[in-house]
Design a protein around this ligand. Structure first.
Ligand code: FAD
Ligand code: NAD
Length: 483
């Protein structure tokens, strides 16, 4: 019998590694099991987020954005760059270096905090017992007073578009292209589709996005989604809504995609196709028949509001459980669970989790959109403010976008903040903090913001809730502010 732990975490993504570090900080004897093997055959920490998700995608988004700015925008501000070109292989090498640095950093954090890293595949045998199968096939069983399952998610595959090496790929494959495809098809105009579609569009691909739904980004406030669609279309993304893929064929190293839309059956040929139609929870092999941990009807590990599973002292967090599939949601659940195990009271506020799409400009939101609030029977008042009226946005050559504050008409409490515009992913923290503190729109409106900052756009949107935005000249819009 191997060592006994207070906590064993299975999975070292942003849910699991954060939970393990927090548990160790709380004085609990903690181990974390991870099976992710990198291209060099080494077990690495960080999960989807660090290896094939948030970090590599943002590295490519930033590189391709800088390229676009240098190629198309620097001239506007008087910088003559001459010919600008992108070395895709160098861009990829930089991305790989960032990933290696960060994943290695987690191992250092484990050491610094006294977390034992167990390499191999973890399985919950029963309450209090975890089996680890190491890379060489050796098995060891560990006792643990508490178990946290943080096994994450994997991409959804669809039968009409089976993955085909180098031609039809998922998000992981799309982070590895070594050259820019001339014609790129993207199935699914969700978060991944828009981010990775943007990367390759900026580098010169003709990008067509086939989205099954008739509406664009339905979780985002309609005004903001409409503005986003307009801006991304202007950048060259051909977004086809109501386009349902029915089949694919490989012909002469090209991908022919068949789909149906409002006009009937269509066909389009691409050099590469990315399938990004959502992710599903990954629980394969982590639960022994005797574990007793229940799944819900969609295959997620069933948990309550405190991430407790159906078995006492077994918890589950992150993408493997209900809720948004976001790194920071996984991490916060990890912290909550570690604190509960350590004997503290802990809660998550699932109503104040920010979402960001890292396009340029970024799209970010927290809480309800206007339509959701109305559907819930809440009377709302809203205030919007355009980036075009911000002095700092003008100075930054970034005047595209709108910020919108949605408040309860009766209490003035902020229900949501939705933004498209430069730094929206940073600006949204204001909405999150305001909602965490139960603020009213007036609280934001009465707050003193530094000038000139992009943040003032949020301030003006909050002022606009009562029709009091200062820098809004258009009389009609001023009247509409209170609509
Ligand atoms: P994961 O990160 O998936 O980690 C699970 C870990 O568990 C993995 O390392 C896996 O190897 C390990 N594991 C599984 N089973 C076992 C087992 N039996 N034994 C041992 N180990 C096991 N989210 C954001 O918030 N912001 C972003 O910008 C963002 N960008 C993304 C971009 C892309 C392309 C993708 C694909 C995702 C992105 N996400 C983003 C989503 C984010 O990556 C996930 O929400 C997050 O990684 C979930 O964390 P997790 O810890 O639950 O799971
Ligand atoms: P998604 O749910 O965001 O988008 C998938 C899209 O595919 C949807 O719009 C859906 O209608 C469409 N779709 C589904 N089936 C289809 C079909 N057969 N044909 C055409 N379209 C179809 O999922 P995703 O973009 O794959 O991302 C997965 C998860 O990863 C998301 O939940 C997201 O939260 C997370 N993620 C987050 C970030 C971020 O925070 N910036 C970035 C990437 C991924």
């Amino acid at each position: 019998m191997a060592d006994k732990y207070d906590v064993i975490v299975i999975g070292a993504g942003p849910g699991g590694y954060v939970a393990a570090i927090r548990a160790a900080q709380m004085g609990l004897k903690t181990a974390c099991v991870e099976k992710w093997v990198n291209k060099k055959g080494k077990v690495v920490h960080g999960g989807t987020c660090l290896n094939v998700g948030c970090i590599p995608s943002k590295s490519l988004l930033e590189a391709s954005h800088k390229y676009t700015e240098a190629k198309h925008d620097f001239g506007d501000i008087g910088i003559d760059t001459g010919d600008v070109s992108m070395d895709v292989k160098k861009m990829m090498a930089r991305k790989d270096k960032i990933v290696a640095n960060l994943t290695g950093g987690i191992s250092s954090l484990f050491q610094a905090n006294g977390v034992t890293a167990l390499e191999g595949t973890g399985k919950v045998l029963s309450k209090g017992k975890v089996e680890v199968t190491h890379q060489d096939g050796e098995k060891a069983t560990y006792d643990a007073d508490n178990i946290i399952i943080a096994t994450g998610s994997v991409p959804v595959e669809i039968p009409p578009a089976p993955l085909t090496e180098g031609l039809i790929v998922d998000s992981t494959g799309a982070l590895e292209f070594q050259e820019t495809p001339k014609r790129l098809g993207v199935i699914g105009a969700g978060v991944i589709g828009l981010e990775l579609g943007s990367v390759w569009n900026r580098l010169g691909s003709e990008v067509t996005m086939l989205e099954a739904m008739e509406s664009f980004l339905p979780m985002v406030d309609k005004d903001i989604a409409k503005e986003t669609q307009k801006l991304l279309t202007k950048q060259g993304l051909d977004i086809k809504l109501g386009a349902r893929v029915t089949g694919t064929e490989i012909k002469d190293n090209e991908v022919v995609v068949q789909y149906t839309d409002g006009k009937g059956e269509q066909e389009q040929t691409f050099d590469k196709v990315i399938v990004c139609v959502g992710r599903r929870p990954y629980t394969q092999g982590v639960l022994d028949d005797d574990a007793g941990v229940k799944l819900d009807e969609r295959g997620f590990i069933f948990v309550d509001d405190h991430c407790r599973t159906s078995v006492p002292s077994v918890y589950a967090i992150g993408d493997a459980v209900r809720g948004q599939m976001l790194a920071h949601k996984a991490s916060e659940e990890g912290i909550m669970v570690a604190d509960i195990i350590a004997g503290h009271k802990a809660e998550m506020n699932y109503d104040a989790i920010p979402c960001v799409i890292y396009t340029a400009p970024e799209v970010a939101w927290v809480g309800m959109n206007e339509q959701e609030a109305k559907t819930a029977g809440i009377e709302v008042k809203t205030g919007s403010f355009s980036f075009a009226a911000s002095g700092r946005a003008m100075a930054n050559n970034a005047t595209e976008g709108v910020a919108k504050v949605i408040a309860d008409a009766e209490t003035d409490r902020i229900l949501g903040v939705h933004i498209v515009g430069q730094h929206a992913g940073e600006l949204i923290a204001q909405g999150v903090i305001a909602m965490e503190f139960g603020s009213s729109a007036e609280d934001l409106a009465l707050t003193c913001y530094a000038h000139p900052t992009i943040s003032e756009v949020v301030h003006e949107a909050a002022l606009a809730v009562e029709g009091h935005a200062i820098h809004m000249a258009n009389r009609k819009k001023r009247k509409k502010q209170k609509a």
